[in-house]
Design a protein around this ligand. Structure first.
Ligand SMILES: [Zn+2]
Length: 428
């Protein structure tokens, strides 16, 4: 079915249309945005969405998430990152079944759709079942099987990742793959080299946790016998497109070195704060021209997948730590949540902006609410005052997956109950 969005206020995020445009129609045909303009006449069999006084924005792109970790929400208090992983999360993960992964991922899909995220970069295991959950709605996913050497299982995990790539690369239009390296502190050089070769063989990005906290940074230095973790990237990651989650513990010099590599940063401010990791120097990265994107991490450390929270924290932190209110203007933050994310996932030809010829991943916001009026600056209103529940309608790949906050074809209560039972069972 074709869709005509009538009379919206458009924030396209495209390079040639940076201005906010009132009273615009968007025509969607065969999943693609075919026309943007005024008073577009629909063909037969067109669904009309009246968006008068509403704002259309590209769907958010969450560049670092673990969708199956929805069940670990609020398991963190009282732990450091390393304690939380080794004492709590990893033993529970050993008990997860494929069905658990499916339901936990479904819960995350519901959360994303209802808060305006149309694409996520997921790193976990049993990815087949996360793909199955994403496909229930048509959510766009870049997915991997995370590899590390914990338990001496690196080789087995590499094989599982290659199987996943062989099975799913180019199988579904909404699913793309990348090479998941858990981190240099959990993955030895032999395994890392094999994964880099795999990234080159299949021409896929690498997605890796990197320098999340001080202990990790020290562990990398001693494991790889280097002065700086960036040296490992300079030595081995020069011919790959790399998505690095966190990058909190970097000096100005290391940021400068990173800027010379093909690197995008997935900045996850909420998770970094919650885990007491510190604050990444994002402003310095922007000054050096690094592509910075936004992620939530899993709900275990990030609490939610709501990109509005992430945008707000991202803006506030860089103003605060550098004592400069001019840092990170709101339009820049919206770019991080949309087109910069698309560039990181190498999907910027398809998504990340509302432009003719692109796939229709669009969210419609209702900002006529008590937290958003009056609107002094529309971009700042979205970044600082809107919440996930200001998203009225979510369209992914030309399909309306939520309309007027109603997600079709799903019994939310049933999924909440399933997920509560999973965490009860695996906590024992
Ligand atoms: Zn993570």
């Amino acid at each position: 079915m074709n869709i005509l969005i009538k009379n919206c206020n458009l924030i396209s995020m495209a390079e040639n249309r940076e201005k906010y445009e009132p009273n615009i129609d968007i025509y969607i045909k065969d999943k693609k945005i075919t026309k943007i303009g005024k008073n577009i006449n629909p063909e037969n069999d067109t669904k009309i969405i009246n968006a008068e006084n509403k704002v259309c924005l590209p769907g958010f792109i969450n560049t670092h998430a673990h969708l199956s970790m929805s069940i670990f929400r609020e398991t963190l208090d009282g732990y450091t990152l390393q304690e939380w992983l080794t004492d709590k999360i990893w033993p529970m993960e050993d008990k997860l079944t494929r069905e658990d992964i499916y339901y936990a991922s479904l819960l995350s899909c519901i959360e994303m759709i209802s808060t305006g995220t149309t694409c996520a970069n997921d790193q976990y295991f049993m990815a087949e079942d996360t793909i199955k959950a994403a496909n229930k709605f048509g959510i766009r996913l870049q997915v991997t099987r995370t590899v590390n050497d914990v338990g001496g299982l690196g080789e087995q995990r590499i094989q599982e990742l290659e199987e996943l790539i062989k099975q799913y690369n180019n199988l579904y239009e909404n699913i793309t793959l990348n090479i998941g390296i858990h981190g240099l502190y959990t993955t030895g050089l032999d395994t890392v080299k094999k994964l880099i070769d795999m990234a080159k063989k299949y021409n896929l990005p690498i997605h890796m946790h990197f320098c999340e906290n001080t202990k990790e940074t020290q562990d990398i230095k001693s494991a790889y016998n280097v002065e700086s973790p960036v040296q490992v990237l300079q030595e081995y990651f020069t011919e790959t497109h790399n998505i690095l989650a966190h990058a909190v513990k970097l000096s100005d010099e290391e940021i400068d070195q990173l800027s010379k590599l093909d690197v995008s940063i997935a900045h996850c401010p909420v998770s970094n704060l919650r885990l007491g990791c510190g604050v990444a120097k994002i402003q310095k990265m922007l000054d050096k021209g690094i592509n910075v994107t936004l992620g939530t991490d899993g709900q275990g450390s990030g609490s939610s997948l709501d990109m509005f929270d992430t945008m707000k924290f991202a803006g506030l932190l860089q103003k605060g730590i550098f004592e400069n209110s001019k840092n990170m203007n709101s339009y820049e933050i919206l770019k991080m949540a949309t087109i910069n994310g698309a560039k990181a996932l190498r999907l910027d030809k398809k998504i990340g902006t509302i432009e003719e010829g692109k796939d229709a991943d669009i969210i419609i916001l209702d900002l006529e609410t008590e937290t958003c009026k009056p609107t002094g600056n529309i971009y700042s209103d979205i970044v600082y005052n809107a919440k996930g529940n200001n998203v009225l309608t979510t369209i992914i790949n030309g399909k309306v997956v939520m309309e007027n906050r109603e997600i079709q074809g799903i019994n939310k209560q049933e999924i909440y109950e399933k997920c509560s039972k999973i965490i009860e069972r695996i906590q024992k």
